[in-house]
Each structure stands twice: as C-alpha cells, then as structure tokens.
Ligand binder design. Structure first.
Ligand SMILES: [Zn+2]
Length: 331
C-alpha cells in the first residue's frame, strides 16, 4: 500500500463477517473530520444555512436548494485540457492534510464531501486514479449499495454528466429517500415495458418529466445482466462514442437492489451558457436528476420556476420516443 494512502486510513471495512456494518463506521469519521478538517466543518455549517423550496411540476416535484458552497462544482471547468493539468483532488496524495477516510474492501476510500448537498454526504473514491467508467465498477457499485444498506442511496455520475472528477472513479452515498424521484418512481402504475431476467425486472417511464429505467431484483447476476443490457441499449440509441451519459442510483433493502438509471442526452442546459441576463446556473448531475436542484446563486434560486425545471429536464433527458427505442433495444 502506498504510504500516502496508509496515512489516510481512519478505519477499514473488509466485508468480513465480524466487521462492523459500514454505515456504523461512517458517523465517527464524519464527526472527527468536522473538527479536524476546517473546510468540512464549514461545509456542514453551510448546509445548516441552505434554503429549500419545493416546486410542483407536471407529474413530479423538485426541491430547489440554494447552496452557495456548491459554486465550485456547479461552475466547474470540465474542459479536458484543464482536467488533465489540475492535480486530481480525489488522489490520496492530493487530499488536504487533515482529510481521512474509511478503506472499503481495500479498493475504495469513503471520504466526507466538503460541499455537502445532503446530510450526510460521502464520496467513495477508488484508491487508484482510474477513469470514471461504470462497466468495470458495476460489481463494486452493487456491493457498495448492499454494504451501505437501506439507509443510503449510492450514486454514480457519468464522466460527462455530473462527475466533478471525470478522470477518477468515484461514487457518492447519500441518505436514502432524500430525493423526490425515489418516491415518484416507486409508483409502479406509471411504468411500462417491463422486461424480466434472472430474478430481476426492468421497467421504464418518463412520468417524472425525464427518462428513467428502473431495475429491481434479488439476484446479483440478474441485476448485472439487465444493467449491462440497459447501458448497451442506451449507448446504441443515443449514439454515444464511449460510455453513454448516465446518472445511476441504487438502494439495497429487503435483500434486493432497486436501481434507477437516468440516460442523458446533454449535460448542461443552454440556459447555463446564456448571457448574464438570462443565465441560470444549474448543472444537472445525479442530485438534480433525483429532483434536488442545486442553485449556488441566490438570483437563480429566486427565479427558477416549474416551467423552467420541466424544460431543463426535457433538454438534458431523452424524449419519450428515444426512451421507447432504448427499452425496445434491450433483449
Ligand atoms: Zn485521481
């Protein structure tokens, strides 16, 4: 193990039967880091001061969150030329001197997110500088969801649609049920085109104003198989050159996984790049697709209305016809 990694270990989770449950290891880490790591303490103090208001859109709701600390992420420069040159903030050797984490199965590091949207909000970063690609990480993603259990939802942001470190493999863990879409998508009557695999089930819907594919099951191989097929179909129909743009959520409860896949056709909406008068700084990642829309600028928090949210979702998400084609493409 590299010395820079060994110095960072607050605790470890090996997955052995005598190991304490992963969610029980996280609160002591967060408590220690709030004191030892000044920026994290400030991040959580800032979270106490965020303002939230709910918007009722057509068939779904969103929570607008005015969170000034998120400007670094929402306003992030994601140009490849910039990303390649900056020191990667998820690599152990570049972490702030006081930042520590929980070594997870020797493969990932559970870290506290210094600009939280949720309380708590963890970043789960690979111990190596590997690109943000879902295919190779799929088994770890399902295992993480199982290890974090029913109190947490695990998030994946595609490299080009929400990941603030597109060059370093990472997930997030946030409290289960904190995003409105988690409830909205459980209303099974709104779904269609169900497919069945090896003790796993797939359905799709656009009832929440954006395309969503839901995969549920108790069989790990069945979940992996349907998820791979859904990713392949999304890639083909959206003509993605590499990994298709997706945001993925997963929660594990009652010995089964429930996973939401949001295919994307665009990262930032046009209004993000508009002139100063019309500009609205909303940069949709997993939280936004979940219905928690973060606005780091107060003027955007005040101005955003239901119609604008609906139009942003329409712009960044495939339309009904494309979703149907994706679902039809899944064998
Ligand atoms: Zn890195």
């Amino acid at each position: 193990m590299a010395p820079e990694l060994a110095d960072r270990i607050f605790d470890s989770f090996s997955g052995a039967s005598d190991s304490a449950p992963l969610p029980d290891l996280c609160p002591p880490l967060l408590a220690e880091q709030k004191i030892a790591w000044k920026e994290l303490g400030e991040g959580y103090a800032g979270l106490q001061a965020v303002r939230v208001r709910e918007l009722q859109c057509n068939g779904f709701s969103v929570k607008l969150q005015y969170n000034p600390k998120r400007i670094a992420s929402t306003g992030a420069n994601l140009e490849p030329g910039y990303i390649e040159k900056r020191p990667c903030f998820l690599c152990p050797q570049n972490l702030p001197a006081t930042q520590k984490g929980i070594l997870y199965r020797g493969e990932f590091f559970v870290l506290c997110n210094p600009a939280p949207i949720f309380n708590p909000h963890y970043t789960i970063s690979n111990t190596g500088h590997l690109p943000q690609l879902f295919a190779a990480a799929l088994p770890s993603f399902l295992q993480l969801a199982a290890d974090f259990g029913e109190r947490f939802t695990i998030l994946y942001n595609g490299a080009a649609c929400g990941a603030s470190a597109p060059d370093h493999l990472h997930f997030q863990a946030v409290p289960a049920g904190s995003m409105p879409v988690e409830d909205d998508l459980c209303q099974t009557q709104k779904r269609h085109l169900v497919k069945q695999g090896n003790d796993a089930f797939l359905s799709g819907t656009r009832s929440t104003g954006r395309a969503a594919i839901i995969i549920e099951g108790k069989n790990r191989a069945g979940m992996e198989d349907l998820l791979k097929k859904a990713m392949a179909a999304t890639k083909k129909i959206l003509a993605a050159p590499g990994e298709p743009m997706v945001n993925i959520f997963c929660t594990y409860r009652d010995a089964g996984w429930r996973l939401f896949l949001f295919p994307r056709r665009k990262h930032r909406p046009d209004i993000y790049f508009a002139g100063e008068e019309e500009k609205i700084l909303v940069s949709p990642g997993a939280a936004e697709m979940g219905g928690v829309v973060v606005t780091p600028r107060e003027q955007d928090y005040r101005r955003l209305d239901a119609a604008t949210i609906e139009s942003i979702f329409n712009e960044v998400s495939p339309d009904q016809e494309s979703l149907n084609r994706i679902l039809d493409e899944i064998p």
